[in-house]
Design a protein around this ligand. Structure first.
Ligand SMILES: N[C@@H](CCC[C@H](N)C(=O)O)C(=O)O
Length: 277
């Protein structure tokens, strides 16, 4: 059985998109998701995105990290799916219903409301999420924000000088974060501009993280460091993030369809270690 896929990206954060609305899909589990995402032996992507019919929105989106774990939210993939829809659309996710619409700068997304309670991040212990009293070497006192998925944000003088490949996995898997965490290091450039790098939970370093940009902007706004609309520049490019008086986050930026192809799921299952491949 050949399965069709669409390769897409948002600022270089790349996706393999499978659409169950246009053709039958094999059962997607952690093993198949991580095999497809693998850079050397799979198709290669940061996240596998599965689109399904929805009873409450135009469609349903499921998000699998490169390690095969499922996440409730992915900002860049939401814009990519908005691009595929080509018109204003509602998308059901595990984090709620998101709204996308075409915009001058690409796709605009209503990302919903941020959460700040320690139980909602979630953290293992009660703490002030505006400045967690913890640190990992020179990274300390992060803000914690949940924008559908959990983020810790460290404000540093120069985010490009942080060894995120080493510190990211330590923080991601710290017992303080029972569901692990996305790790953001951010530098405030002005009241309208932030520079950001992200170590993504379940994936690692990516060129961009849409929810990371939202969480970082909200964290900086809560601390009074930036205005309520800000440009966030990641290694892969720039997003505009706003936090409205209605408490909702908007994210605007580009999305790209790269190419289309097919794959045979049996080959990926057979190639799994210990599976005779
Ligand atoms: N790349 C995404 C975030 C994907 C999910 C994240 N790694 C998690 O596990 O929470 C984005 O653009 O937001």
């Amino acid at each position: 059985m050949a399965v069709s896929f669409i390769k897409m990206h948002g600022l270089g954060n790349d996706f393999v998109v499978l659409d169950a609305r246009t053709g039958a899909l094999p059962a997607i589990d952690q093993t198949l998701a991580s095999a497809l995402a693998h850079r050397h032996t799979g198709i290669g992507c940061d996240q596998l995105i599965v689109l399904e019919p929805s009873g409450v929105a135009d469609l349903r989106m499921r998000i699998f990290n490169a390690d095969g774990t499922e996440s409730p939210a992915c900002g860049n993939a939401t814009r990519a799916v908005g691009l595929l829809e080509g018109r204003p659309a509602t998308i059901e996710t595990l984090a709620g219903i998101l709204r996308t619409e075409p915009a001058d700068a690409g796709i605009a997304v209503d990302m919903g409301e941020p959460q700040f309670d320690w139980q909602a991040i979630p953290l293992a212990y009660a703490m002030d999420t505006l400045a967690l009293p913890v640190g990992w070497e020179h990274l300390d006192n992060p803000v914690a924000v949940n924008v559908g998925n959990p983020h810790a944000i460290f404000f540093v003088p120069d985010c490009d000088r942080v060894d995120l490949a080493r510190l990211g996995p330590l923080i991601e898997t710290d017992p303080l974060f029972p569901e692990r965490v996305n790790v953001n290091v951010a530098t405030i450039e002005s009241r309208q501009a932030i520079r950001l790098r992200v170590w993504e939970r379940g994936t690692g370093l990516t060129l961009a993280c849409g929810t990371g940009a939202c969480a970082t902007a909200i964290g900086a706004m809560r601390r009074g460091l930036v205005d309520r609309e800000v440009r966030v520049t990641l290694p892969g490019g720039m997003l505009t993030i706003g936090w409205g008086t209605d408490n909702r986050i908007t994210m605007t930026g580009p999305a790209v369809e790269a190419f289309r192809g097919t794959f045979e799921p049996e080959r990926f299952r057979a190639a799994e270690p210990g599976n005779g491949g």
